[in-house]
Structure formats: C-alpha cells, structure tokens
Design a protein around this ligand. Structure first.
Ligand code: FAD
Length: 285
C-alpha cells in the first residue's frame, strides 16, 4: 500500500528506525521491530546512511517489516553520494523485495568523499525515480528551514518544486516548539503545497542526544524544554521520563490541531515508543 493513501481515513502514526551499527548483524534489530509492530504503527521507515551502498540493510529491514508483519516498510534513500546506476540497482532491489514506498532524500556530504553530481537536490532524485519506476515517494521538510537555506521563503519554494516533481507526502524534521510547525504549515499552504505533512517528533531521552541534535539540525530549544533538560540532566531516569512527557505534550496538541500525521523518531527504543503510543493512541482516529 502507498503510504500517501493512509491519510484519507485517519491521523497517521508512524515510526522511524535505523539499521544496527556496522559491527552488529542486521538481525539484532528484529526484536525491536517485533515490539514496535505490537504498537500498531501505520508504517515503519528505515534510515539509510548517506555514504552507504544504496542501503542493502535498509532494504532488508524494510522488507522484513512488510513480509513478517504485513506492515508498510518505507526505505530512506539519500541520493547525493550515489550514481544513477547505483540508484537503479537499489530500485531493482526494492522492487524485488516488495517495497513501494521510498523517502527520497538528498543526504549530506560524507567527510573525505566528493559528492557525485547526479542528484544535487532531492527533487532531482524524485524526478529520476518517477522516470524509472512506479514508487510512492515521500519527501523531507523543515519547519524551521533547512540549515543551508538562505531564508524560509526560498526553502518553501524549493519544497514546492520537490512536491511538484512527484512527492505524495512529507515528513518533517524534528522540532520542539509546535508553533514553528504551525507557521510552516501556513507557509506551505500559501505556496500551494497540498500534500499531507507528518510532524516529526523526537522524544529526547538523554543529554548526549540533545547536544548532537542541536548541532546537526539546528532545532530551536524553547525555554520550557531547556528548563526540563537542565533540571534532570544528571538524573537519567527523570530525564527520560520528562523527555517522554514533553513529546506526548507536543503530540496531544498536534493531534488536537488536526495534524495529518505524527512520525516518531524512535531511536530504536521500543520502551519510549510504547509509553508514547499508550498515551496518544486513543486520540488517533
Ligand atoms: P533537499 O530537498 O534537496 O534540500 C536541501 C537544501 O537544498 C535545502 O536548503 C533546500 O532549500 C535546497 N534546495 C532544494 N532544491 C534546490 C534547488 N533546486 N536549488 C537550490 N537549492 C535547493 N539523511 C540521510 O543521510 N539518511 C536518512 O535516512 C535520512 N532520513 C531523514 C528523514 C527525515 C524525515 C528528514 C527530515 C531528514 C532525513 N535525512 C536523512 C537528512 C537529510 O538527508 C538532510 O537534511 C539533507 O541535508 C537534506 O535532504 P533533503 O532531502 O531535505 O534535501
């Protein structure tokens, strides 16, 4: 099933997982998948390292989600460091494994490796995949603007180009202040972007995670969030529980405001995902 069809009937609730680190066999994630599937998400997406080989582990895990649980597995595909031939090979692999949903991404430069020029922006990859297969394509969007964007207006213009190239729905970068997501939705709608947008929510459960995240994606940390993190930074259990409560608070508000869907960055932590699911599942209809 194409994930873009899910939005017709309900507030979509999905999870994101990442393949195990290189030194661990791919099967080590299967227990987590079993636990996450028990929480009845609408789909599970699987990330892919931008420097990878087209993501054979990503395809394998997405395929396991589909074959074992009958759930849609979405494969992330960052194109910046891939040639056309490598993308075609990946598309073939996806097809053979029954995966029809792709999160088409630009990806980021890999230190020490010159990026290829075949897919300079995600919209180039979207257009290429459209030309070479019948996949359902998803795109990334940035409520506070992508870190490389000159301004919010140009970021939205390029997002509109990406949607017009053939993206059926969008998943947002994480954010901690729902107001930034609501004003993004207004800008997107004013620009004529009409596809469903899922809000990306990251439950912050440890101090290292916060520091890494802020460096990587530049998300604004509201005062309320900072206070919680400062107060509990030396108490891991309290910090985890406060992070879960903060994410639930965000999601409850987003659902009440009629958001199209929630995409939970699970960080492969099924305990955290289960606490959040238990608190919000009755509101997803
Ligand atoms: P684009 O849509 O190409 O946008 C990147 C920048 O280029 C933006 O500033 C945009 O405004 C600008 N731009 C776009 N088109 C043009 C144009 N035609 N001319 C000039 N400027 C333009 N990365 C991974 O490596 N693996 C993953 O699995 C992964 N999963 C992700 C999942 C989600 C939900 C999100 C939000 C991000 C994910 N990323 C992942 C990170 C992503 O690869 C980076 O944020 C990357 O820097 C941008 O990717 P994009 O697809 O949004 O790029």
């Amino acid at each position: 099933m194409r994930t873009s069809q899910l939005f017709q009937n309900k507030t979509v609730f999905s999870f994101e997982v990442f393949p195990p680190r290189r030194e661990s066999p791919v099967e080590t994630i299967y227990k987590t998948l079993y636990e996450l599937n028990g929480l009845s998400p609408d789909f599970i997406s699987v990330t892919c390292g931008a420097g990878g080989n087209g993501g054979s582990d990503t395809v394998r895990i997405a395929s396991e989600i589909k074959k074992k649980y009958g759930k849609e597995g979405v494969a992330h595909l960052p194109g910046m460091n891939l040639s056309r031939e490598e993308v075609l090979k990946t598309l073939q692999n996806l097809l053979e494994n029954g995966i029809e949903n792709i999160l088409a991404l630009r990806g980021d430069p890999v230190p020490g490796a010159a990026p290829r020029s075949d897919f300079k922006h995600a919209c180039d990859l979207v257009a290429f995949i459209r030309e070479h297969g019948d996949f359902n394509l998803i795109g990334a969007c940035y409520p506070e603007g992508h870190t490389e964007s000159a301004d919010l207006a140009s970021d939205i213009r390029y997002l509109k180009d990406k949607v017009d190239a053939g993206v059926g729905h969008l998943i947002s970068q994480l954010f901690f202040d729902n107001r930034s997501f609501y004003s993004f939705l207004e800008r997107a709608s004013a620009a004529g972007i009409g596809v469903p947008v899922q809000a990306g929510i990251m439950p912050v459960t440890n101090k290292k995670q916060i520091e890494r995240m802020v460096t990587l994606c530049g998300a604004t940390l509201p005062q309320k969030f900072r206070k919680i993190m400062e107060k509990y930074q030396d108490n891991p259990i309290a910090l985890r529980d406060a992070g879960i409560a903060y994410a639930i608070d965000q999601i409850v508000d987003l659902i009440a405001q009629g958001v199209d869907g929630i995409h939970l960055y699970t960080m492969n932590n099924s305990y955290v995902a289960s606490k959040i699911s238990a608190a919000v599942s009755s509101q997803l209809s």
